[in-house]
Design a protein around this ligand. Structure first.
Ligand code: GLN
Length: 186
């Protein structure tokens, strides 16, 4: 099983470590030509969604990845990655891939705008540790979106068709069950 990990910025190496530990092979997607190598699923890591969105377009990677997602390639998105998937970004006129009908609010989770750590249940998986770093939360979801996790009455995890998106960073904690569930989708 080969996973394409978007490797433009920030926390992608940690995803690779977890996925390799679970027996998957990873390839780093750094430029357009990497997108023609075969891979079975996609990871969109955290970072800064505005930077990633801009780079994806400048590097000519945006349209190919969007159509891979629309053509049902399994996707695991964390934090900034979840922002890239949202159909609407609160207070921001543009969106990126827009492949999950949900409205996301950037840098707005809970009382703490910085980082914090908690534990909460994720549907089917159970209670997992959750590290939030300038995280977004999901303000509303559309038809067909399954809510997987809620913290302080805010939605922090969803599944929609082939896509799983989380506000927090499962790759930064030793619990690998979210990545395991992702590999099961493939
Ligand atoms: N604050 C970032 C953004 O708005 C997301 C932070 C993260 O990925 N840890 O894109």
């Amino acid at each position: 099983m080969k996973i394409g990990v978007l490797a433009l910025q920030s926390a992608f190496a940690e995803h690779e470590k977890v996925l390799e530990q679970l027996g998957a092979e990873c390839i780093e997607l750094r430029q357009a030509r990497n997108l023609s190598e075969p891979y079975d699923a996609l990871v969109l890591p955290g970072g800064e969604s505005t930077v990633q969105g801009k780079l994806l377009k400048e590097l000519g990677m945006f349209d190919t990845i969007k159509s891979q997602i629309e053509n049902s390639m399994p996707v695991l998105a964390t934090c900034a990655g979840a922002i890239l998937l949202a159909e609407t970004i609160d207070g921001q006129p543009e969106q990126y891939f827009g492949t999950i009908p949900m409205c996301i609010r950037r840098n707005a989770y809970g009382r703490q705008l910085g980082s914090f750590h908690t534990e909460a249940p994720v549907a089917v998986i159970g209670t997992v540790p959750m590290t939030f770093i300038r995280a977004p939360y999901i303000a509303s979801v559309g038809d067909g979106v399954e809510v997987l996790a809620v913290v302080e009455e805010r939605i922090v995890g969803v599944k929609y068709k082939n896509q799983m998106a989380f506000s927090f960073h499962p790759e930064l904690d030793p619990d690998v069950r979210i990545h395991k569930a992702f590999l099961k989708m493939i």
